[in-house]
Design a protein around this ligand. Structure first.
Ligand code: NI
Length: 176
């Protein structure tokens, strides 16, 4: 397994509408392994293939549940070609993203989703999610559709954040 580089906003590849996976072969399984390792190294709870520069509809998630102590790998799941087939309710949560470091903002999403996908072994799965798990699934599916959470904000909020990110980027470019 290998650590992959995570693309950061405003990398244009983050706008890629990723292509469906035709079969969960050894290459896809290796990608899932590398993405999982990269997600843990970055202390994320989800990662999409587009964030590591790969044009495939693959995401990995390890969303902590209500348990007091977080156990890495306990809720680990890979979703290949995920599709939301039912969504209901609404929930607001302060999201962040490994591709948009240093920014958090409230995003409104469906509170419950039902998702069809293939898992990391290529088996068809049908899962129901709510709370943070549902939020994370929607955030990651957005990534493989080329959408960042800041794209879901009001224009005013998005413009403020984009200016902030531009300033941070310029400061980084001047740093010694
Ligand atoms: Ni993200």
């Amino acid at each position: 397994m290998a650590l992959l580089g995570i693309l950061k906003y405003p990398d244009p590849f983050l706008k890629t509408m990723a292509k469906p996976v035709e079969s969960v072969d050894a290459g896809v399984r290796a990608l899932i392994g590398d993405m999982t390792e990269t997600m843990y190294a970055a202390r994320g709870i989800g990662l999409a293939a587009t964030q590591v520069g790969v044009d495939k509809r693959v995401v990995v998630l390890d969303v902590p549940g209500d348990e007091e102590r977080r156990e890495r790998g306990k809720n680990l799941i890979a979703l290949v070609n995920p599709e939301i087939i039912e969504a209901s309710g609404s929930i607001k949560y302060e999201e962040g993203c490994l591709s948009v470091p240093g920014i958090n903002a409230d995003v409104e999403r469906a509170a419950r989703v039902r998702v069809r996908a293939l898992n990391g072994e290529g088996a068809a799965i049908d899962i129901e999610a709510e709370g943070l798990f549902a939020i994370a699934i929607q955030h990651e599916i957005d990534h493989i559709d080329g959408i960042l959470f800041i794209d879901r904000l009001s224009r005013l909020k998005r413009d403020i954040i984009k200016r902030k990110l531009k300033k941070a980027l310029e400061a980084e470019e001047r740093a010694l």
